[in-house]
Design a protein around this ligand. Structure first.
Ligand SMILES: [Zn+2]
Length: 234
């Protein structure tokens, strides 16, 4: 076997190892995504509940102001009662006061309803916050495991690539370029030994003349059917 072929096969062994590490690294992404999705679902529930709390708080504050305003009006009407001179003025002041009292009564019952809704909204927000905290705590270990695995695989990958690159300088640039093109396209083994009379990758028969060429000169050929590099294993 030619020295360059032997070196190429050693590079290929490293490449297959590198592909394996890359696949394992890529497999970590869905795990992180699943964790993110679960957490973000709870986070959106919390966000929606918080929006409701804020809205009800706003309504509550507005209504409290209105009630204070209308109560002050009642007080003013009350004070006016003491200074009215005529029966007509007294009747008008009483009517005004009664009207203001009716408004305040309506507003107060509305406030009770708002207070109840606000309490429910706060309780719901609290539940979602608790769920989010629990999810964060629960995921900490899983996220830590993924991060650790990622760091370990990246270390492995760097070492494997360095090993590969050191070997690849021993392969003529033309051959290495051809090999890399096939490997990147297939993302799998690019150089195959002839098996019997056929290509080791696709099992298509190799014409005898080309087979002889490979076996006698140790040459490397390209399979016309599937495009991989073929060689003759001794
Ligand atoms: Zn083939």
């Amino acid at each position: 076997m030619l020295q360059e072929l032997e070196t190429l096969l050693a590079v290929q062994a490293d490449d297959l190892e590198i592909h394996g590490i890359e696949d394992r690294l890529a497999a970590l992404a869905p795990r992180l995504k699943a964790l993110d999705q679960k957490r973000s679902r709870i986070a959106s529930d919390l966000e929606r509940a918080t929006v409701v709390v804020t809205a009800e708080e706003k309504k509550q504050a507005f209504l409290r102001d209105k009630i204070a305003e209308h109560k002050a009006l009642i007080d003013r009407n009350q004070a006016q009662m003491d200074v009215v001179k005529t029966m007509r003025q007294a009747t008008a002041a009483v009517a005004q006061m009664e009207e203001a009292k009716r408004i305040v009564a309506t507003e107060e019952s509305e406030l009770v309803a708002i207070n109840r809704r606000l309490e429910e909204a706060r309780s719901s927000a609290h539940t979602h916050q608790t769920a989010l905290d629990a999810c964060t705590a629960e995921q900490a270990e899983a996220r830590g495991a993924v991060t650790a695995e990622q760091a370990a695989l990246e270390g492995e990958l760097a070492a494997a690539r360095a090993k590969r690159d050191a070997k690849a300088v021993g392969v003529p640039a033309g051959l290495l370029g051809k090999y890399d093109k096939i490997r990147i396209r297939r993302r799998a083994q690019a150089a195959w030994a002839v098996k019997g009379h056929a290509c080791g990758a696709c099992d298509t028969a190799v014409p005898m003349q080309r087979r002889n060429q490979m076996s006698t000169k140790g040459g490397i050929d390209v399979c016309e059917a599937c495009g991989v590099l073929m060689y003759f294993a001794e």
